[in-house]
Design a protein around this ligand. Structure first.
Ligand SMILES: [Ca+2]
Ligand SMILES: [Ca+2]
Ligand SMILES: [Ca+2]
Length: 254
């Protein structure tokens, strides 16, 4: 009986290995920032979620779905691929798949490949390569503020999950994947109470005077979108609260 189980385990292991042939070093993929810091996204704003890969094999095609929680991300808007994947000649951003890979999540994906008769992408020297940005738009619901959410491996009912395909046209494998943290914020809400009021002015004044802590999300104090924080932001915020005009904005400060 024991030998029977050993045999079954051996068969399962062999099957798993045969379906995941990855010559040489184990390859990796990151959704999000390389340093694992959260991607900070303004409430209701569009942002880029980078995808990085590290591999040592010749790869003929890649299917690359990423999923995000609908409570935090309200739309997926395709993306941009970079020079680093020009060797895969065909690149298609796929339409989003709702409730995938689980209820309440939506996947967006990229399919990229080389023509069968051409050479596959040559192996880079096992370094991180920024291959694409996925564009997402954050929810403007205040319930989504402050919490960490993750960009995770997605799933397409047509094409499956993340796949790297080898030049023999048969072998494919899934890289090791790291999920990326995302965090939403409200411009002007420097004390993270999820609204903007006089307490935020006090907080910002104390910080700029050097008598209080910085906003946990520093950029939330840049209410005029200048990509810096100073007294002008305080004046802007006070004017907004007094006159209900010129609401805090979001700078493009990469
Ligand atoms: Ca490899
Ligand atoms: Ca506040
Ligand atoms: Ca500013």
């Amino acid at each position: 009986m024991r030998n029977f189980f050993v045999l079954i385990v051996a068969i399962i292991l062999f099957s798993v290995m045969a379906a995941a042939q990855d010559p040489g070093l184990r390859d990796s993929l990151i959704f999000g920032n390389l340093d694992n810091s959260p991607i900070i996204i303004g409430s209701g704003q569009e942002a880029a979620v980078p995808v990085w890969i590290k591999y040592d094999d010749s790869i003929l095609f890649i299917h690359l779905p990423m999923a995000t929680d609908d409570d935090y991300i309200e739309s997926r808007n395709g993306g941009e691929s970079f020079v680093s994947i020009e060797c895969w000649e065909e690149q298609v951003f796929l339409p989003p798949d709702t409730n995938s890979p689980q209820a309440g999540y939506t996947s967006q994906g990229l399919m990229t490949w080389n023509d069968w008769n051409d050479l596959a992408c040559p192996p880079p020297t096992y370094i991180w390569v920024h291959v694409i940005d996925f564009w997402v738009t954050a929810s403007s619901d205040t319930a989504a503020l402050g919490e960490i959410t993750y960009a995770i491996e997605g799933y397409s009912p047509r094409n499956g999950d993340v796949i790297f395909g080898l030049p023999d046209g048969v072998s494919e494998f899934e890289p090791r994947i790291r999920n990326g943290p995302l965090r939403l914020y409200l411009s002007g809400d420097v004390n993270e109470s999820h609204d903007v009021n006089g307490l935020d002015v006090t907080y910002l004044v104390n910080y700029l005077k050097g008598t209080g802590p910085p906003p946990e999300i520093l950029i939330s104090g840049d209410v005029n979108g200048s990509c810096g924080m100073n007294g002008i932001d305080i004046v802007y915020l006070v004017n907004y609260l007094r006159q209900d005009c010129s609401a805090p904005v979001y700078g493009e400060c990469q």
